[in-house]
Design a binder for this molecule. Sequence first.
Ligand code: ADP
Length: 210
Amino acid sequence: MAQVSGNLFIVSAPSGAGKSSLIQALLAQHADMQVSVSHTTRAPRPGEQNGVHYHFVKVDDFKARIAAGEFLEWAEVFGNYYGTSRTTLEHTLQQGIDVFLDIDWQGARQIRQQLPDAIGIFILPPSLDVLQQRLQSRGQDSADIIAGRMSKAQDEMSHADEYDYLIVNDDFQQALLELRSIVLCQRNRLIRQQQRQQDLLDQLLAKSAD
Ligand code: ADP
């Protein structure tokens, strides 16, 4: 079978909707899918590995990459730079691996302008109350941070109509099934299958000898 480039999925959601849990559960089922690893200038936290959680680089290095136009999108957050390298992403896609880019609506817009084939998936919570409960039960954030995330949530969700697919993450297994279906469907699009299954198509359509 011919090597066919992977698909790029942009996944956005208000914080707490379950985006990371869904993507991680899907990756656990498929070896040929990965999350895009960003470049950052922030220091690694304990347990974080270079190339796995982030590509950790120095500020000068990051700025040189900005100047060279290497980032599909980048942002400065609380004094640290974060960005998605075009070279790193394309290298992964060329290996036939589907890549998930976990990014907000603004980053998604920047990516879409440059990579119009990217497929956008937006994850919604079943209600604002449930979103708040999930943020609380995740136990990562203080009350102030949760209030901040809740006030940003509606702004993020107001951009859901810029995506190709919407998933409501109410029942987790159902949402996971829907995410998996979307990803597998994209793999079977004609344009991909014509490359992947070229040999099979040639065999099936070969004129018989007689
Ligand atoms: P995000 O990446 O969107 O910020 P997380 O994946 O961290 O969200 O999920 C937020 C919290 O909600 C986590 O504690 C997670 O285990 C929980 N969660 C995710 N999806 C569901 C679901 N369908 N039902 C119940 N809890 C969920």
